[in-house]
Design a protein around this ligand. Structure first.
Ligand code: HEM
Length: 432
């Protein structure tokens, strides 16, 4: 069978199985088959009601428990599942007989020690508190630049015109990517992030293949340029200086930083603005005290995190919550559900930036894969929120919020806002 026909058939069968299981009430199927425009939190609560560790017909275990999620994330007997392992489709692409690098399958995000440790250490210095302090001024400048661009428009798309552009510019500066083309990076990021949900259509597969090919060609050029002119203080220059780093590791690491750096932060900004618009008392406090932005961002990370879940598999047969899990059994850790676990957070569905224990959230994961960019994301989120409401204290929703077509990553794809006082549209409504 030609590979495209085979892939299309497998994708169709995969979708049909998920739909059939969902009709039978399988919680994993309900979650995976859930339209991204629907509110996932009731599904998380139904998983919580079923128990601490819930077995599904799809062979996957789910947990909404904060305690169990944190325990698995910190357990050296568990590690990440490489993307594509659950999918019947081989998502790897070849060009001239060569396999293209895929950061979701090859970067240190999914590697295990000692390789994970070695690769993470190479880029960690840019993300220390000292490294971050050096970036505060850049981030604030970028925020102001993009606000200047939309200042006279009256209405703009909060995501496309602002929230996505800030993190893309910041991470591109860190990597030393010249003349970062926002729209192209956004397209590559979208294709890769959509693949996190599992490639479901031929269109998804083609978008992923195109993005990977273009991304790799772009980075090959950049790396060659850095080799000709070494000594820069950016991340790519530093990676190029490591002779023992393979071309594939160099590309996968750079791609990981680019994608992890903006595909998540854009939603942190979008989700926190949604929260502020929905809570007038939070807006009033923010206008009165811009430093309150830190607490708003932290509570957004808990209440509506950009990364909703992650998966771990045991490296050997283990016992978890009284259940024997054979080696390789996938366990979905529902970070967004753990963040609303009533055993940890009082009145967990309420958005309350003043909660004392907010930092217990798992929005940035935990253990050795704890988000490397957590500090940068917090700083960018707070700078964006402060700048936005200082410039536009009357910011209003100016249309319906279009959700991103992803279940792993949660946020708005389009979010029209008006800068002055206009007729208010109900927020939180979504259309696909
Ligand atoms: C709100 C924004 C962000 C959120 C919610 C977020 C969330 C996460 C999560 C949940 C993980 C771990 C996934 C797992 O355990 O399976 C992770 C890992 C990672 N994140 Fe972030 N992230 C954000 C922003 C950033 C930024 C700005 C950067 C860098 C520029 C970044 C770089 C990374 C890297 C490199 C990893 C892999 C760490 C490792 O495997 O050791 N992230 N992030």
């Amino acid at each position: 069978m030609p590979s495209t026909v085979k892939n299309a058939t497998l994708l169709f069968l995969g979708r049909t199985v998920v739909r059939a299981q969902a009709l039978l009430g399988d919680p994993a199927a309900r979650l995976l088959g859930l339209s991204p425009t629907r509110d996932p939190y009731p599904v998380y609560e139904s998983v919580r009601r079923r128990g601490v560790l819930v077995k599904t017909r799809m062979g996957l275990y789910l947990t909404a428990s904060h305690e169990l999620s944190a325990r698995v994330l910190r357990d050296p007997d568990f590690g990440p599942l490489r993307a594509g392992e659950l999918s019947p489709v081989d998502t790897s692409v070849r060009l001239d007989g060569r396999r293209l690098v895929n950061p979701v399958e090859e970067s240190f995000l999914v590697r295990h020690p000692p390789e994970h440790t070695r690769l993470r250490r190479l880029v960690a210095p840019w993300f220390t508190p000292r490294g971050l302090r050096a970036q505060v001024a850049t981030v604030e400048r970028v925020v102001e630049e993009y606000l200047d661009e939309v200042a006279d428009r009256g209405t703009f798309d909060l995501v496309g015109d602002f929230a996505a552009r800030v993190p893309i510019q910041v991470i591109a500066d860190l990597l030393g990517v010249p003349g970062a083309d926002h729209a192209t990076f956004a397209r590559w990021g979208r294709a890769l992030v959509n693949a996190l949900d599992g490639v479901r259509t031929m269109r998804d597969l083609r978008a992923l293949q195109t993005a990977l090919r273009e991304f790799e060609e772009f980075l090959d050029d950049l790396i060659a340029h850095r080799r000709r002119r070494p000594g820069g203080d950016d991340i790519v220059s530093a990676l190029v200086a490591h002779d023992d780093l393979s071309r594939e590791d160099l590309i996968a690491t750079t791609e990981l930083l680019l994608v992890a750096g903006f595909e998540t932060t854009v939603n942190l900004i979008g989700n926190s603005v949604l929260a502020v618009l929905a809570h007038p008392e939070v807006r009033a406090r923010l206008l009165d005290d811009p430093a309150h932005a830190d607490a708003v961002v932290e509570e957004t990370l808990r209440h509506d995190p950009p990364v909703q879940y992650t998966v771990r598999v045991p490296f050997r047969t283990v016992e978890l919550a009284g259940t024997r899990l054979p080696k390789g059994t996938p366990v979905m850790l529902m970070l967004a559900a753990a963040n609303r676990d009533p055993a940890v957070f009082a009145d967990p569905h309420r958005f309350d930036p003043d909660r004392a224990d907010v930092r217990e959230h798992l929005a940035f994961s935990s253990g050795i894969h704890y988000c490397l960019g957590a500090g940068l994301a917090r700083m960018e989120g707070a700078a964006a929120l402060r700048g936005l409401f200082r410039r536009f204290p009357d910011l209003r929703a100016a249309g319906r919020v279009h959700r991103r077509p992803s279940r792993v990553i949660r946020g708005a794809a389009r979010f029209p806002v008006a800068t002055g006082v206009t007729k208010e549209h109900p927020i939180g409504q979504t259309i696909s």
